[in-house]
Ligand binder design. Structure first.
Ligand code: F0G
Length: 448
């Protein structure tokens, strides 16, 4: 029941509450982030997590078929009649013993959650199905987002499905081709701003406020409710056993925020008995979270976050005219909008943060491709980060780890092709040119 849900400001000094039939992307009282929260006594949550799994048997029901709405009691903010689904969340938790062995982990310890199997090819669809359901509930007619690419692809797809007008803002020259092609193909008005993602993020908020558009970035609290289900599906893939670690790339920090909230709620509801640890992995060229948490001591602190640490750092970035740079364009973000919620998630999950180089990312990406399912560069930061954490002894080889592969390998073919063709990495596998001659071909086939 929707009445069991409301929105609440995460700032404990404010704590303002609003109904779910209202639409904000920031607390109208203090400007901080908003959460969707539930009065669990009024929600009929199944007694055991395994009860959600039984819905696989009724997949002709569109809500049971959705890998998001299958868990609907845990994101109970709107009536079924508003719920939008295009079949998101049919994803796979792959146990990968070959990759595990290669990086020195035990058998059965490494799992890859492949979110590239979503309809638009990334994890974003989990969030969009929820946010667009809310958009339908509040009667939105027109929507917008800023994006490094995947958000724009998912928004464009769902907007068309829902009959909403859609504008996406992308940084010029900063978006992988696969993603740009999707936004155009799905009919979004695509505006390339002469700037980076952070510039787009700022502009889109102003545009949405000015023109009354529905915002679909992860500032939208309902979007993050959908992204919680990625964790439910990991638990499901492990037979409802809680892993020791969740590893996730960090960009705008929506996923990590949603994952922490998901585990906090499951624990509160008594549906799990312990919370996994979380590792959030930045690229070194876009490492705001790593810098703030590991070097400047930024903490959740019960919600009393030291804003001065953030303001000082952002001031330094502005003074340097800093623009982030990484081949993992999806996470090329230096002012992550969900920073505070992410600090809360680190607190809930006893989390750690690391940054990995582009070289480590592209090598890890090639390994995942070779042994697993393939993914885009940002997703491969998880395995690169895992290798660092194994080296530091923070993750033990015998621990159970789930890495979230956030996007499909065909999202960004340029990075992959360049890595192999330019022989630039440890696992480069360049195509071999050969004369159109059978003898020469056979000769080549007989060499290693
Ligand atoms: N991985 C992929 C493939 C992404 O597209 C993104 C974010 C992230 C990781 C980072 O996730 O923001 O939850 O920390 N992409 C956004 C976009 C920013 O616009 O598509 P996050």
């Amino acid at each position: 029941m929707a009445e069991a849900a409301f929105q609440r400001c995460i700032n404990p000094d404010c704590g303002a509450e609003f109904g779910c039939n209202e639409s904000y992307f920031k607390c109208p009282k203090c400007g901080d982030l908003l959460d969707a929260v539930y009065d669990w006594d009024k929600v009929n949550v199944p007694a055991r997590l395994a009860d959600f799994g039984k819905r696989w048997a009724s997949r002709d029901n569109r809500l049971d078929f959705s890998g998001v709405w299958r868990f609907r009691e845990l994101l109970n903010f709107c009536d079924d009649k508003f719920k939008v689904s295009i079949g998101e969340g049919q994803t796979l938790l792959q146990r990968n013993d070959m990759l595990a062995e290669f990086i020195g982990m035990g058998k059965g310890c490494l799992h890859l959650e492949y979110e590239g199997l979503n309809p638009s090819g990334s994890f974003k669809d989990n969030g969009m199905t929820a946010a667009f359901s809310h958009a339908m509930m509040v009667g939105a007619k027109s929507c917008a987002c800023a994006s490094t690419g995947n958000t724009s692809a998912a928004v464009a797809l769902y907007a068309h499905h829902c009959g909403l007008k859609c504008t996406v803002f992308i940084g010029s020259g900063r978006i992988a081709f696969g993603k740009l092609s999707q936004a155009m193909d799905y009919g979004a008005k695509t505006i390339q701003i002469l700037g980076d993602f952070d510039d787009c993020m700022k502009q889109v908020q102003a545009v949405c406020t000015e023109l009354g558009l529905y915002l679909l970035n992860s500032l939208n609290p309902f979007r993050l409710e959908g992204q919680k289900t990625i964790m439910y599906r990991i638990l499901e893939g492990l037979g409802w056993e809680v892993p020791d670690w969740i590893i996730v790339p960090g960009g705008n920090l929506g996923n990590s925020s949603a994952f922490g909230k998901a585990f906090g709620e499951l624990k509160q509801l008594g549906l799990i008995d312990r919370i996994p640890r979380m590792a959030i992995i930045n690229a070194t060229g876009a490492d705001t979270l790593t810098e703030l948490v590991n070097n400047r001591g930024l903490k959740w602190n019960g919600g009393n976050v030291d804003n001065k640490i953030i303001d000082d750092f952002y001031g330094e970035l502005t003074a340097k005219n800093f623009s982030p740079h990484t081949c993992a364009s999806a996470i090329e973000i230096s002012r992550p909008v969900n920073l505070k919620k992410c600090l809360r998630a680190l607190d809930i999950c006893n989390g750690v943060v690391r940054a990995v180089s582009d070289e480590a990312i592209t090598d890890a990406k090639a390994l995942i491709g070779k042994f697993g399912l393939g993914c885009e560069p940002a997703s491969a930061a998880t395995i690169a980060g895992l290798e660092v954490l194994l080296g530091e002894g923070i993750v033990k080889p015998s621990e159970k780890v789930a890495c979230v592969l956030t996007g499909h390998c065909l999202k960004d073919p340029n990075v992959t092709v360049n890595y192999h063709k330019e022989n630039s990495g440890k696992y480069s596998n360049a195509p071999i040119e050969c004369a159109n001659d059978l003898e020469k071909i056979i000769e080549l086939m007989n060499t290693d």
